[in-house]
Design a protein around this ligand. Structure first.
Ligand code: FAD
Length: 415
């Protein structure tokens, strides 16, 4: 595949843009692959990419029921950070964050990673103590964060009101190298790189059954016919429970709708990401100028990809408290995705009771930031059949053995 470069843009400008190649091919499915990944979201595509790049497994198909990145990957608010409390979480999220730093160069695709800094506001004494503790844990883990006072918060984000009507801003957990990236570009960049390695990215191909023989996977049934495989990776976020059911096992997962909205575009007013977990809302400004606003998850299980009125009201109310200038903006779009939540709010990257079937799910409201690290760890698990150091603690067994990785504070409201 031809590389993207300034020279290529100049060349194509001179020949009326007739020489660009398709970014990825749309092949017919083969009868058999060494490995099949179900789900062409960021995690599925990254898994395939690192299977090829790190382990030389390239006879791979990524099957997607809709369109590439059309699940949560294309619906999230793109926050990337690694300021989690527990060691296994910090390790995988920091691995992902550091891979994001150079992902554009690695994939030769501009994913627009913007390490603009993320602050999580402390608005109660309880939060101050919690975030001070996280900053200390992060220092031990080698993750660069600090607890900052209200004066510094205001310097970094002048549109914040420090003395809110309900909760004053008492400080914040600040991660200067956290930030955002363009979500579609992450999916497109990985898809292009996978296609370039000869892998098949197959859209409009829903997996409808998992075929097994003697406790081992032999292939899948799809809307485009049966396909055989030696190894199967299930990477379908909010649909994980349904795929697990097809493979004959159960997951400790709940699927719920999570929503977000954007305002009309305005001139630059904010060059950091702010999360206000007590009042329950978070915001950043996109390159187009829209204020990107994230809300909460539904309080009941469902598979609907849409928003709900009471959440919009709560979220906008919370953010107007924190940023009064928002009250003068019109909201433009509003949408939802289906996220998969575990009881300890940590992901699952694991072998399953079916030999040859591996699962990657449970990223809940915050898996975009983890895509490169998750793909790296899942590829290692699928290639070797055993988890490497990044995935070892995230096995399904932890729910049976009570080895929870409790991230309910770091991941509950915040994304
Ligand atoms: C509103 C919202 C805001 C969020 N904000 C953030 C944020 O700021 N930061 C952050 O880190 N995370 C955020 N997240 C979470 C993040 O989006 C997800 O954790 C992450 O995108 C999950 O990626 P994925 O690749 O696992 O899933 P997805 O992108 O959902 O991909 C799974 C794919 O599997 C496909 N699929 C399902 N069933 C089948 C089948 N039977 N056959 C074939 N294909 C199938 C789906 O169509 C889908 O494309 C947010 C999520 C939402 C909804």
């Amino acid at each position: 595949m031809k590389r993207y470069s300034a020279f290529a843009i100049a060349r194509e400008a001179l020949r009326n843009h007739t020489g660009w190649e398709r970014a990825w091919s749309s092949p017919e499915p083969r009868r058999r692959y060494d490995a099949i990944i179900v789900g062409a979201g960021g995690h599925g595509l990254a898994t395939a990419y690192y299977l090829g790049k790190n382990h030389g497994v390239r006879n791979v198909a990524i099957l997607e029921k809709g369109w590439l990145g059309g699940g949560n990957t294309g619906r999230n608010t793109t926050i990337i950070r690694s300021n989690y409390l527990q060691d296994p979480s910090a390790a995988i999220y920091e691995k992902a964050r550091s891979l994001y730093e150079t992902l554009s160069q690695e994939l030769n695709y501009n994913i627009m990673f913007s390490p603009r800094g993320v602050m999580m506001l402390a608005q109660t004494e309880h939060e101050v103590r919690g975030y001070r503790r996280t900053a200390q844990a992060n220092a031990l883990q080698g993750v660069d964060t600090e607890f900052i006072g209200p004066k510094r918060v205001k310097e970094l984000c002048p549109i914040i009101r420090l003395e809110g009507p309900r909760y004053p801003v008492l400080g914040a957990l600040w991660q200067p190298r956290a930030g955002t990236a363009r979500h579609d570009a992450v999916a497109w960049g990985y898809a292009r790189a996978c296609s370039d390695m000869g892998m098949h990215v197959i859209q409009n191909c829903e997996v409808t059954g998992v075929r097994r023989e003697g406790g081992r996977v032999t292939g899948v049934d799809t809307t485009r016919g049966p396909i055989d495989c030696d190894k199967l990776g299930i990477v379908v976020a909010g649909h994980s429970g349904r795929l697990a059911e097809m493979a004959g096992f159960r997951l400790p997962i709940e699927s719920v709708a999570l929503q977000a909205l954007v305002s009309e575009p305005i001139k630059p007013v904010m060059d950091v990401v702010v999360m206000a977990n007590t009042v329950h809302g978070y915001m950043s400004q996109s390159d187009k100028g829209e204020m990107v606003i994230g809300g909460g998850a539904d309080g009941y299980n469902n598979y609907t990809q849409r928003g709900s009125f009471h959440h919009v009201e709560e979220t906008v109310r919370a953010l107007i408290e924190t940023f009064p200038m928002l009250s003068r903006l019109k909201m433009l779009r509003w949408w939802g995705g289906i996220v998969d939540m575990t009881g300890d709010r940590s992901p699952i990257i694991s072998k399953t009771p079916v030999e040859g079937v591996f699962i990657n799910c449970g990223w809940g409201t915050g898996g975009f930031k983890a895509i490169p690290g998750s793909g790296w760890a899942m590829a290692e698990l699928m290639a070797r059949g055993e988890p490497g150091p990044l995935a070892a603690e995230f096995s399904l067994d932890r729910f049976r053995e009570g080895r929870f990785i409790d991230e309910s504070v770091a991941a509950g409201v915040a994304h």
